[in-house]
Design a protein around this ligand. Sequence first.
Ligand SMILES: [Zn+2]
Length: 279
Amino acid sequence: MSTAPPAVGAPESLVTADRYCIQCAYLLRGLPTSGKCPECGTEVAMSLREPMLGSASLDYVRKVNSGLNFVLYGILFLVLMMILSIGAVFVMGAANAQLAMHAAGLIGSIMIYMGYWYYTQPDPGQVAEEKQRAARKVIRIVVAIQAVVALAHLVLGLIFGYNAPPGVRGAAPGAAPPDAIALVIGALGIASAVAWIIQYFAVMRYTRWLASRVPDRWIVKRTKVYMWLLPVLSTVGTLVIVGPLIALILYWNLLDRLRKHTRAVLAGKPRVLLRGVDG
Ligand SMILES: [Zn+2]
């Protein structure tokens, strides 16, 4: 599949409007339309063809916005449930609390999976789609894998009672040996973890593309820094305990900032003028 050549052949024509690079949000005004972005090398013409989020179809922006809602509220829900579970152990006993946590975890996960699915809706007006569409598709595939793994986990749990307290273990009579099931569950857990890591980097790339269409340079810059910062905080950061929590807060705030823009677009404004938006 080859892309169409730049529409106009006049090499002297310059970008007159406040348009930004769709890959890195570099301000393109004054550059030749036939040139390349000085910061990342993306063709200027490609960025000019891409509609800004403010002029994208409202139906599309609405879906992206509700996707962000599901992801952000889903994360808040999971955090709240985690805090509540500490108290729940004393109120309803460890076994019941574990069961309730499992159910709550499932609800929160479904919210988040649905959220990423909506967040990565294809834009009908989108034209410059190579790398960006790849990230969008990766997120969708990985989210689908995670949903299947979660479902398999649930079904296995219901059949073999792996999540039940010790006395009830192997609830189904004549069930396969718990060791084999434990192995399957372990493998599913690893698959899910790998999927989650791939998804994280794809979300950063996809969010950068959306932010460059707002445009919000603050988000664009943050997605570049977060590519290494949040993984470091979530792994090495566990040594100081709060590392993963800080990573989660930074991630949440990043998506929340993009949601402020999608809300503004739905309210008829091109974007919100936040601190650093043009920086
Ligand atoms: Zn660029």
